[in-house]
Design a protein around this ligand. Structure first.
Ligand code: FMN
Length: 161
């Protein structure tokens, strides 16, 4: 797939076959996150790859479909860094695109992460001064729903709004 096909083929996956992902694939996905743009090149991120079934079971208490993922990538950001939210978002999108390019799917799972951040930080040993930005379950998609996007001519403006 070329870059534009990958972008078009990225859809949030919330149901997976349960197949584990090879370590090399997980490393490639995280490597894509690490290569993202960041304000002043500060790179205020860390990534935790979770494959442990007990940890999955804990996370699945709030989001049951997590248990079918091949892995969950937790994105940890340093809030002392000026553009940590933007930088985190760039890293997540890169990883979603990398997962798609490798034939996997994933989903940006921020809502529940934020609600249960304190609890999950303890579970994952995240230092107190850091933020758990989002969880990113990845895996072989069992089912994908394609969301409608606004048409280009509705959002593209030339020269002025
Ligand atoms: C900042 C952000 C937070 C999100 N949080 C969640 C979430 O908590 N749970 C979830 O199922 N999907 C979450 N998503 C995925 C969106 O629902 C999804 O991207 C959107 O519906 C468009 O679908 P698509 O990703 O297939 O294009 C989030 C996406 C973003 C960018």
């Amino acid at each position: 797939m070329d870059t534009f096909d990958v972008i078009r083929n990225r859809h949030s996956a919330r149901s997976f076959t349960g197949e584990p992902l090879p370590k090399e694939a997980l490393e490639k996905i995280v490597d894509a996150g690490r290569m993202a743009a960041s304000g002043n090149n500060l790179q205020p991120w860390d990534f935790i790859v979770i494959t442990n079934k007990d940890t999955f079971a804990y996370l699945a208490q709030s989001t049951d479909w997590i248990s079918s993922a091949g892995a969950v990538i937790a994105v940890v950001m340093d809030p002392a860094s000026r553009w940590w939210v933007e930088d985190g978002a760039a890293a997540v999108e890169n990883m979603l695109l990398a997962a798609t390019a490798l034939g996997y799917g994933g989903c940006w799972l921020e809502g529940v992460t934020i609600e249960r951040e304190a609890e999950y930080k303890v579970l994952l040993n995240v230092p107190q001064r850091k933020r758990l930005f989002t969880l990113l379950p990845v895996g072989v998609p069992a089912e994908i729903s394609v969301k409608e996007k606004k048409p280009l001519d509705q959002v593209l403006h030339w020269e002025k709004f």
